[in-house]
Ligand binder design. Sequence first.
Ligand code: CDP
Length: 220
Amino acid sequence: MRKRNLVVAIDGPAGAGKSTVAQLAAKKLEYTYIDTGAMYRAVAWRSLRAGAPLTDEKILRALEDIDVLLSYEDGKTRVFVNGEDVTKEIRTPEVSAVVSRVAAMGEVRAKLVELQRKMAVHGAVLMDGRDIATNVLPNADVKIFLTASIEERAARRWKELKEKGYDTSFEEVKSDIAKRDKADSEREISPLVQAEDAELLDTTGMTIEEVVAAILKRCE
Ligand code: CDP
């Protein structure tokens, strides 16, 4: 079902289900899926390796010679940092707790945005994040702002964490998500905001299949 080489941008707050549905939609379209959140998480993960407390210096040092590689095969993304597979490691609550701070730094954004734009030059890509439609790919052919109620987003993330064996409460997950949304929306550089020309897709109460179908419809 390959369509012409469109550039599709999907933004939205934490836990809106972007990576799940974007991955599936990209597979259907035979496009490459680019998870920009994974790239910020990769920098955060590497910064944490220098031990606590996290400082701007440690973040900049981690950024210096970082090599972030996203491989997308069979509808699944794997993330490599300097050759090491960190797909699982970048999704821990520890990384989630610091990633917004890392992503607010201008140096981090400049480096990753440059990489992201290079990844999209040939089109046939579906990229998700916070600033894709507003900043990374302002000329994208399709722009979608994906969201859901905070209750539903927290419930989805809580379920995901429980399945991975993490022992956290629903309230804790909800408060983490709310904190991250606030930090992402209020930061100075490229904050999370719906682009003027993006279409709002509220997925509250929708199934994964329904959301994927809604995205594909917008790509027709
Ligand atoms: O999957 P989840 O909704 O938890 O978030 P993510 O997409 O993995 O993104 C993790 C964090 O990276 C976000 O909370 C933002 O702070 C940052 N991010 C960003 O600043 N810009 C992007 N384009 C993508 C992610």
